[in-house]
Write a protein that binds this ligand. Structure first.
Ligand code: FE2
Ligand code: FE2
Length: 163
């Protein structure tokens, strides 16, 4: 992650100008853990990719760079969703059809954001960061919290002594 936004490659050739306050990184929370190491690893990777987008925004990158970063987040997110769906299928999670549908909506939401950035419909790049952070915390993690309880209950039953 860049330490000095004023030295970013996206700022080369520019006259020095006041640097806006940097967008804060998305910070991992232990509360995001789902209880399955493979899923947690995926979520941490997604968070790291979002922080690379925040780096690009703080480096004053625009247009194609931001779109490329968003497309990469979408790619990592889609791969995670497919992996998570396979794991939930293995666990016989009963609400999997709804969860799969939610994943499709999340992916469509990210595609819509990319289209808005490509159409220059967002003036302030910090708004892109805010939208992606909400997408991750409220939706990606928020929706997954529903199966966290299922995993916890399943693990407790597995540890219960035989009658
Ligand atoms: Fe997930
Ligand atoms: Fe999910």
């Amino acid at each position: 992650m860049s330490a000095d936004p004023a030295r970013s490659p996206c700022r080369q050739g520019e006259q020095p100008s006041p640097v806006p306050a940097p967008v804060p990184y998305l910070v991992w929370s232990e509360a995001y853990r789902m209880g399955d190491a493979r899923i947690d690893e995926d979520h941490e990777r997604l968070l790291a990719e979002i922080n690379l987008l925040i780096d690009a925004i703080n480096d004053d990158c625009k247009g194609a760079v931001l779109i490329g970063s968003l497309e990469h987040i979408l790619e990592v997110g889609c791969a995670h969703h497919r992996r998570e769906e396979a794991l939930l299928e293995e666990m016989a999670y009963p609400a999997l059809p709804d969860h799969r549908e939610e994943h499709r909506c999340l992916e469509d939401g990210m595609r819509a954001l990319i289209a808005r950035v490509a159409a220059h419909a967002i003036d302030d790049p910090a708004e892109i960061a805010t939208t992606v952070k909400e997408w991750f915390v409220e939706h990606v993690i928020g929706q997954d919290m529903r199966y966290k309880t299922y995993i916890e209950e399943r693990d407790q039953e597995g540890n219960r002594p035989c009658p």
